[in-house]
Design a protein around this ligand. Structure first.
Ligand SMILES: [Zn+2]
Length: 263
């Protein structure tokens, strides 16, 4: 089985690397180096997918510290990631057992014939390089700027490629948005990040981390509206962490009733 994930050219110098229906990773090439945005769970050979596109030096950055976005980092010497997502909870997610468990439970990936047995051991002891919002990745003829967009995780970032007018938004706004996992922020703290993305989506294409890669302004606007409604529906945080979905439909936001407000 060929374990090099398929690559699609989205536009000149911008590529989608589809980790076999698991995670959408992206590669932006510049004149001096290339930026790989997320590296999947690490059950396939993402490094070769990158090297088939470019022989420029490659810099890896993660949109957030979840297993399916940082699990493949062991194929690279370094990974840039927001400071807030360098916690123990994130480091555990990059571990071999966590990657195996996650892959074993990923139906979309299993349909492509991959499972826990395909999860690769780390090639490098990858160095985590913490960054903050505003960090600029200089690719030579273009810069890609990290914008801190807390919500889905405390250290979620969006990568803004001004030259190509593209934003890579990770999992911070999407269908069936996950705001219920450990390491999340409150809905209240997430909302400004989503509102920022909505504004930015009027002038940029937005690509996210799973399924159909592109998000439209219309859809982002819908998700922002749901977030505002959640804040209106509650008066205070519950004592117990109950998972709720709003609206109660397949693409509604998943959140915990004890972390609606910042407090
Ligand atoms: Zn995630």
């Amino acid at each position: 089985m060929n374990s090099v994930p398929p690559v699609t050219e989205l536009m000149k110098d911008v590529y989608l690397i589809n980790e076999f229906d698991g995670t959408n990773c992206y590669l932006v090439t510049g004149s001096d180096c290339a930026l790989l945005i997320d590296c999947g769970t690490g059950f396939c050979d993402i490094r070769s997918a990158v090297e088939n596109v470019t022989n420029l030096p490659v810099v890896l950055v993660a949109t957030h510290g979840h297993v399916d976005h940082i699990g493949g980092a062991g194929q690279f010497k370094e990974m840039y990631i927001h400071r807030a997502d360098t916690a123990l909870i994130n480091r555990i997610q990059k571990s071999f057992p966590a990657r195996r468990i996650f892959t074993a439970g990923n139906e979309a990936v299993k349909r492509n014939g991959f499972g826990a047995k395909n999860v690769k051991k780390d090639e490098y002891k990858t160095k985590w390089i913490p960054i903050d919002g505003g960090h600029a990745f200089d690719l030579g003829n273009k810069e890609i700027i990290a914008v801190h967009t807390p919500g889905h995780t405390k250290g979620s970032i969006a990568l803004v490629d001004k030259k190509d007018r593209v934003i890579f938004s990770g999992d911070n706004v999407c269908d069936a948005l996950w705001l219920h996992l450990p390491g999340r922020t409150s809905v209240e703290e997430w909302l400004p990040s989503a509102e920022w993305l909505l504004e930015a989506s009027r002038e940029n294409k937005v690509y996210w981390g799973h399924r159909v890669p592109m998000l439209t302004s219309e859809y982002i606007s819908k998700v922002v509206g749901w977030g505002r409604e959640i804040l209106q529906m509650h008066t205070k945080n519950s004592l117990l962490p109950v998972t709720a979905q709003y609206p109660e439909q397949i693409d509604g936001i998943l959140y915990k009733t004890n972390t609606v407000f910042k407090k």
